[in-house]
Ligand binder design. Structure first.
Ligand code: SAH
Length: 291
């Protein structure tokens, strides 16, 4: 058989390695077994940010319990004969109580099903994943955890906002905006420090309070801020301003939105690659036009 020669000053990667990849279902060392639960992070929305392991478990599951943050594109990867159960949680909407979700997970696993519990972003970041696993552990049910790209990482990446930067932010903090003013145990003077990035999940409703607490505790009123709506999705929208505009800007944002506060937000002027890519014509069309 003729051997094809490659002439290159650099060693080339062997293309055969990629062609010989085993099928996805055969790749993992451990599959999902009957009676087990996989707690899976779906990432922030863009289907290509799903991990291979998440995809493999979704394809092996008998039952998938999901909530509204998991994008339709990702749910479309679940085989059509899988049982889907929506246990969605959404502020102000009817939702399945947490105890009911916990019970469903236990029941499906004890019936011998392969169960996937999929959540938006990362299941351990403001996702109650820990609570659900405690219930499974108490019931003696085996489980796996598949981490996902959390909104703070995904949405900022697509908005061109580096969470840390040697010149502008030496730390980043993630907090929930589900605060009760009368029982507020947040350490606002730490949160208001400069040269750090503050990321707030579920913060739209309390943006007024957050803005005034941060300014009162010393964060400059002109600190750049962004509200990233539907981060990483085609419909991503980024509203920008300064800390003193936060509650005003929040009025025109919809859930899911992430609030980002810090000097690094200003870098998005230069780095917002995703918005730019969306306004440009696809490369294939550009080529055709000039031909
Ligand atoms: N476990 C999830 C967070 C669940 S809390 C994670 O790791 O990302 C829900 C909040 O996450 C939303 O109110 C919003 O603040 C944020 N969020 C999740 N997905 C988002 C997205 N695609 N864009 C912007 N914010 C998002």
């Amino acid at each position: 058989m003729a051997h094809k020669e490659t002439v290159s000053p650099f060693p080339l990667r062997q293309p055969q390695v990629e062609r010989n990849l085993p099928p996805l279902h055969a790749m993992g060392r451990s599959g999902l077994k009957a009676g087990e639960v996989a707690l899976v992070g779906a990432g922030p929305g863009d289907v290509e940010l799903l991990t291979l392991k998440a995809l493999r478990f979704l394809q092996q599951a008998d039952v998938v319990l999901y909530d509204y943050l998991v994008s339709d594109e990702i749910m479309a990867l679940v085989p059509s004969d899988t049982i889907l159960v929506c246990v969605g949680k959404r502020a102000g909407h009817h939702s399945v109580p947490q105890e009911k979700t916990n019970q469903l997970l236990v029941d499906f696993a004890q019936q011998g099903h392969k169960v996937v519990r999929i959540k938006g972003g990362d299941p351990f970041i403001f996702g109650r994943g820990g609570e659900e696993l405690e219930v499974l552990a108490d019931a003696g049910i085996a489980f796996h955890v598949v981490p996902g790209i959390t909104a703070a990482a995904g949405a900022t990446a697509y908005a061109g906002i580096p969470l840390t930067h040697r010149d502008y932010a030496q730390s980043a903090m993630f907090i929930t905006g589900h605060l009760k003013a009368e029982r507020d145990e947040m350490d606002w003077s730490t949160l208001a420090r400069g040269n750090q990035t503050l990321v707030i999940y579920m913060g739209l409703m309390k943006s007024d309070y957050i803005q005034s607490q941060l300014i009162t505790h010393g964060r400059a009123a002109h600190t750049p801020i962004a509200i990233i709506e539907r981060g990483t999705q085609q419909a991503q929208r980024v509203l920008k301003g300064q800390l003193s505009d936060l509650s005003e800007l929040a009025k025109s944002a919809e859930s899911p939105s992430l609030i980002v506060i810090g000097e690094v937000v200003a870098l998005s002027e230069k780095l917002d690659w995703f918005a730019r890519a969306q306004t440009e014509a696809p490369i294939s069309q550009l080529g055709r036009q000039s031909a």
